[in-house]
Design a protein around this ligand. Structure first.
Ligand code: PDD
Length: 288
């Protein structure tokens, strides 16, 4: 048994569908040894993947960034995902995809000969944000961003993110807001948004953040709702005096942040811009 996982969950590993507790990889897999791989998390509602094409585009960008050739055509990957989703006990779930450079003698340099990448996929039940989270909002703690300088790659080397998230847990809050050189970057596993004077702000899309699939979506939702949007560096003081703060991710969707470092954000309640974007997000899910 794998603690926390239903034993009969179906997973895909290197060409085979098998039970999660039966799937095994080599101890010399470069994902295990070096964190030499990339991943994706795709949310699924009522059996339908949300923004699958955008997630697979990003998967291909991550693979190219670390110089792993696509292990199979996109249609094959989609077929694997569909089979796992169809077998899932829960129609609202998340697909986790991971591709590593494969198995080879331990050496930091890429293997000298062609090796097959390790391809893994699983589906786990997803609990969308609760009414309490939507209505009361989340708490964040600000911390220095101590991660590497290629945060745009969705790499499985997540130690910096793991240590960041634990700081939120230790502080008794939900997520962190990371700052590098005095400017907002992102959460440990989410993008962070700021509202000032009715305008939605996000840090620029560069190597300091992961461009969430919800980044483009929020820009679309803002436009549809008549909310001005700007992508630009956001100074710490602007976050601390924001009217509203939000986070987005595949699993958190869009949620309001009502406490930062123990102080209320704005009036301490989810704000009007959040409510507009939330309504737009809900409508997109309903229309799937
Ligand atoms: N995390 N930034 C980081 C560092 C992330 O890990 C994530 C997502 C995001 C938001 O991206 P998206 O909107 O595509 O989910 C931003 C996923 C959910 C995870 O690691 O589980």
């Amino acid at each position: 048994m794998i603690p926390g996982m239903p034993g009969d969950s179906l997973v895909y590993l290197n060409g085979e569908f098998t039970r999660a507790d039966q799937a095994k990889i080599s101890v010399l897999d470069r994902g295990f040894i070096f964190g030499d791989g990339i991943y994706e998390v795709v949310p699924v509602y009522r059996g339908k993947a949300f923004r699958m094409a955008e997630h697979l585009d990003r998967l291909e960008r991550s693979l190219a960034a670390i110089r792993i050739a696509a292990p199979m055509p996109r249609a094959e990957l989609i077929a694997i995902i569909e089979r796992l989703v169809a077998a899932s006990s829960s129609p609202t779930c998340m697909v986790y995809l991971q591709i590593t450079r494969g198995v080879y003698k331990r050496d930091h340099a890429f293997p000298a000969e062609a090796i097959a990448p390790t391809v893994f996929a699983m589906v786990t039940p997803m609990v969308p944000p609760t009414e309490k989270q939507r209505e009361e909002g989340l708490g964040l703690v600000s911390i220095p961003d101590e991660r590497w300088l290629h945060c745009e790659i969705k790499s499985v080397s997540l130690l910096g993110n793991v240590l960041a998230r634990q700081q939120a847990v230790d502080a008794g809050v939900d997520e962190v807001a990371q700052f590098r050189d005095g400017f907002l970057t992102e959460g440990s596993s989410s993008n962070v948004w700021v509202v000032r004077d009715g305008k939605l702000l996000a840090p620029p899309k560069n190597h300091l953040i992961l461009e969430g699939i919800r980044y483009g979506l929020m820009a679309e939702l803002a436009q549809a709702a008549g909310v001005a949007f700007e992508s630009r560096p956001i100074a710490r003081a602007e976050v601390e005096s924001a009217d509203e703060i939000m986070i987005t991710s595949a699993t958190k969707e869009v949620l309001p942040v009502t406490r930062l470092d123990g102080k209320p954000v704005g009036d301490g309640r989810p704000g009007p811009v959040y409510r507009k974007l939330r309504a737009g997000y809900d409508a997109r899910i309903a229309a799937l």
